[in-house]
Design a protein around this ligand. Structure first.
Ligand SMILES: [Zn+2]
Length: 481
């Protein structure tokens, strides 16, 4: 019997901001001592009044636009009431029936769209530290530093069908939010947290099965594994004819299975009502326009354009579009160059040499890339290579020479003697030497094995220090075959 899974994700993203959502407490550093970034507002003291963080609102607008949402020009904050030690006010300020944004979508690499139901602003709760297993500390501690940090909750429609799609959705979401500079989305640091809603039904059935929620998944892999395990658990229950309870579960990484946390009977009634201490959030057209301008063309849109306009591969287009700094460098290259062949060479150099440097030196800024090798210089190396003045091996060497060097590539070619030799006499000498050094390979080559020329050409390139034009080497070899 075939089943279909119906999966929706609820994501909480911490908005990158200097201060908290409703007070002027600074955002605490990850290693800040407990309870040092707090004030009467974020610890819920009587009489303390919230004041909205405009920067966090602007970031949320950017995120919502990047998620292709409709922005509600008048949204309303609401109190979500529940009692828990990490929530000193006994309510969280969130948004309920009038959220900031609705009806968005995220495109997966397959071209499938996952609809975004809503995105709204809220404040984070404190962090409970369960010191279990210790005799002296057999109790729970609470650190209020995180309490009141700005969050964006993004709720998808149940359009996801497999654990892989959930993984891809999370990956795309992270790309988009980092692009819009809304959050670093570092899951290890708790910037992004994920809850999953999941049910199964026999293939073709239009009714939805009982929905199970898996809470607090703290890595993309955990989300994927938890979904897979939960689908399996629900299928087994279904096939045994047992009922699937509508409950909330936690993922146990060690056991690689979900564990029931609370059943439906204990489900919360949050008794939402409009926050009396905050007026409705009214957005001006200028703010929305400004946010649109800041986001610009999205990575996925850029990647599509690079593939159709410049014949880049999917891999190249993705690599050159998803990081803002690399992309700005590449856009520079595009604006300076109009030659297709030169662009191809430039892309090859970026994909190999430049990315190796970026990884090696852990470069994170466009200015540093541009300072170490200007777009003009990279294009000049590509151009010298296209014109046949340097070999591809020499192009790589030239890149190394020009890195962090004020020497122009043309000058460097002269100084380092990298000019490719088109001198047939000279190349013939090298080929002769290579053939006598590799007699077996040459015999193989003569007998029709094209690949056997590899060691011979390699010998010539080494001997000539990369200067021999490989095309001419190939021609000479064919002639003396
Ligand atoms: Zn505070």
């Amino acid at each position: 019997m075939d089943f279909e899974s119906v999966i929706g994700l609820e994501i909480h993203v911490q908005i990158k901001s200097k201060s908290k959502m409703f007070c002027s407490c600074p955002s605490p550093a990850d290693d800040a001592p407990a309870n040092t970034a707090i004030c009467p507002i974020c610890t819920g003291q009587p009489g303390a009044l919230p004041a909205l963080n405009g920067y966090a609102v602007f970031s949320a607008i950017k995120a919502a636009l990047a998620l292709k949402c409709e922005i509600r020009k008048e949204s309303v904050f609401a109190r979500k009431n529940y009692f828990y030690p990490d929530l000193p006010k006994a309510y969280q300020i969130s948004q309920y029936d009038k959220p900031l944004a609705e009806n968005g979508k995220v495109e997966l690499p397959s071209g499938k769209f996952i609809r975004v139901k809503r995105a709204h602003l809220e404040e984070d709760a404190a962090k409970s530290l369960h010191a279990l297993g210790s005799q002296e500390l057999d109790h729970t501690l609470v650190d209020f530093n995180r309490c009141g940090m700005p969050l964006l909750e993004i709720v998808s429609e149940p359009d996801i069908r497999t654990s892989q799609e959930a993984y891809e959705y999370l990956t795309e979401l992270k790309k988009i939010l980092r692009w819009a500079d809304v959050s670093e989305c570092d899951m290890e640091k708790g910037h992004l947290r994920c809850d999953v809603n999941i049910s199964i039904r026999p293939m073709g059935d239009k009714n939805l099965g009982k929905k199970v929620e898996i809470k607090n998944l703290n890595s993309f892999k955990a989300a994927k594994d938890a979904i897979e395990s939960e689908i399996k658990r629900q299928k087994e229950l279904f096939l045994k004819g047992e009922e699937i309870a509508q409950d909330t579960r936690l993922w146990n990484e060690k056991l690689q299975q979900t564990i029931s946390m609370r059943s439906k009977e204990m489900a919360h009634d949050y008794r939402y009502f409009p926050e009396p201490d905050l007026p409705p959030l009214i957005l001006k057209d200028e703010e929305i326009e400004k946010a649109k301008k800041e986001i610009g063309e999205l990575p996925v849109e850029k990647a599509k354009r690079y593939i159709s306009e410049f014949s880049l591969t999917q891999k190249e287009a993705a690599a050159l579009s998803e990081n803002k700094h690399i992309n700005s460098y590449f856009e520079n290259i595009l604006s300076l160059n109009k030659n297709k062949e030169v662009l191809r060479q430039a892309v090859n150099l970026i994909m190999t040499q430049l990315f190796a440097k970026i990884n090696e030196l852990k470069i994170k800024e466009n200015e540093i890339i541009e300072k170490s090798i200007t777009a003009q210089n990279l294009l000049q190396i590509a151009e010298l290579s296209v014109k046949g003045e340097i070999s591809s091996a020499a192009a790589k060497k030239l890149f190394e020479i020009c890195w962090d060097n004020s020497l122009s590539p043309a000058k460097a070619v002269e100084i380092h003697g990298l000019k490719q030799s088109g001198d047939i006499g000279e190349i013939e000498e090298w080929v002769k030497e290579a053939v006598s050094a590799n007699p077996e390979a040459f015999t193989d080559f003569k007998n029709g094995n094209e690949k056997a020329s590899g060691p011979i050409v390699g010998f010539v390139m080494k001997k000539s220090k990369g200067k021999a034009n490989p095309k001419i080497v190939g021609e000479i070899l064919k002639k003396i075959r």
